[in-house]
Design a protein. Structure first.
Length: 431
């Protein structure tokens, strides 16, 4: 596949995005419906392309089982992606909303409105469903997007983007609002397009996110590791704890919001631990234990590293003295993605949720809920583990910004305010 001129492509996307940005909500929703219909009509072609990708990586030693799991795009995953496109139609308009409406002085009115960010550059690996989610979010929010998929998903993502181009050709949204890159060389060139791209979102390891940050002057919103924890408190309801742990690990092990370490209060080592191990074994999960865990179960694996994202049917378990030790462990080894406490003690839960510095802090529920669709965002472009906003699953709100609109009913200059001839009223008006 010939390398594209990324700068020219980005300029094309920016021109197209300007047209999308001024389209009406109905026009963008009509475009989303056209995208959904197109995906449904071309399902066989896209799934055949996906079979080709899966076949190509079948014997590739560099491709992990987790990557293969994420690469699959058929059956329920395909249907879910299309459903997600239609779900976005039901959401309100993310652009044009007035956030501030204020009279600064007589006849001088300030408004702050939500507007599209511009052009997004999204780098992801084996996630064809991510291509659908991100493209639909871009259209709904009036942004343009340049997708860069991993080499293992090229055939599937190419079929998806070609389908979306065809679908958008009959709508107000220009097909070139969405474009696809497929090579590492194109990625490197994309990182130089500071005049054409407004935000880069790399979805991958911390190492990859850091590489992107060091090699571009474009703002970066990092979707990095998901090292998620569950702490089973001494006052946990064990009938809740067991299904929460099993769902968090096995519902979709390769997801970034699956649990990687389970911390268990020492008082539960004789009661809950054996039950949990039995259930994990029944679900085919490999368990690695700390020394205390392996004293009673010597056949378990040894934990070589706590700060690890398995993205597979594998989990680490540690016995802790108390909640303070559990929280210290999470702060030291976690990735600020999602962490959960299982307890019936409201105070313990509140302390945990207040002091754990993660984007998602859960009480008595699966870590798998940390997802833009499940939060009601329609979809997500990624999950930000940064302390700066947007944080957590990044949906429509995270890919918009705002502008200040200042209008005068006559002529306003600063001089009279500086001299005291005129004064500010700063009166908030109805939105």
């Amino acid at each position: 596949m010939a390398m594209k001129n990324v700068k020219e492509l980005a300029q094309l996307v920016r021109r197209s995005a300007k047209k999308t940005a001024v389209s009406s909500l109905k026009e963008r929703n009509d475009a989303l419906e056209a995208m959904a219909v197109g995906l449904e009509s071309n399902r066989k072609r896209i799934e055949e392309a996906n079979k080709t990708d899966l076949e190509l990586v079948k014997d590739d030693a560099e491709i992990t089982n987790a990557v293969r799991a994420r690469l699959g795009f058929h059956g329920g995953k395909f249907a879910g992606a299309v459903s997600g496109v239609r779900d976005l139609k039901r959401l309100g308009d993310p652009i044009g909303a007035v956030e501030i409406h204020r009279e600064l002085a007589d006849g001088l009115i300030l408004k702050r409105k939500k507007v599209p960010l511009g052009v997004l550059g999204i780098i992801f690996e084996a996630r064809p469903d991510a291509a659908v989610q991100i493209a639909s979010l871009a259209v709904k929010s009036g942004n343009g997007v340049i997708l860069k998929c991993g080499r293992e998903a090229v055939n599937t993502c190419s079929a998806i983007v070609e389908t979306l181009h065809s679908s958008l050709s009959s709508t107000v949204v220009p097909p070139s609002t969405i474009e696809l890159l497929t090579s590492r060389e194109e990625t490197r060139e994309m990182l130089t397009c500071s005049s054409e791209i407004d935000l880069i979102i790399p979805r991958g390891s911390n190492q990859f996110v850091q590489y992107v940050q060091k090699n571009t002057t474009i703002p970066v919103l990092g979707h990095a590791d998901g090292i998620c924890h569950i702490y089973i408190d001494a006052e946990a309801d064990l009938n809740k704890a067991l299904p929460i742990c099993i769902d968090s690990k096995t519902q979709y092990p390769s997801a970034c919001n699956s649990v990687e370490t389970i911390l268990i209060h020492k008082s539960l080592s004789g009661s809950f631990l054996p039950t949990l191990l039995k259930e994990l074994e029944a679900h085919g999960v490999k368990v690695n234990g700390c020394e205390k865990v392996r004293e009673g179960f010597p056949g378990l694996g040894v934990v070589s590293e706590w700060a690890v994202e398995y993205c597979d049917k594998e989990v680490s378990i540690k016995i802790v003295e108390n909640q303070e030790e559990a929280m210290d462990h999470i702060v030291k080894y976690g990735s600020k993605h999602t962490d959960c406490i299982v307890t019936e003690n409201r105070t313990n839960a509140e302390v945990f949720q207040s002091l754990i510095p993660s984007a998602g802090v859960f009480h008595n529920c699966s870590t798998r809920f940390a997802d833009g669709f499940r939060y009601g965002f329609g979809a997500e472009v990624g999950v930000s583990t940064s302390n700066m906003p947007p944080r957590g699953p990044v949906g429509l709100e995270g890919i918009t910004t705002h502008k200040y609109y200042l209008s005068s009913a006559s002529v306003h200059t600063v001089g009279p305010f500086a001299s005291g001839e005129m004064s500010f009223t700063h009166k908030d008006l109805p939105l």
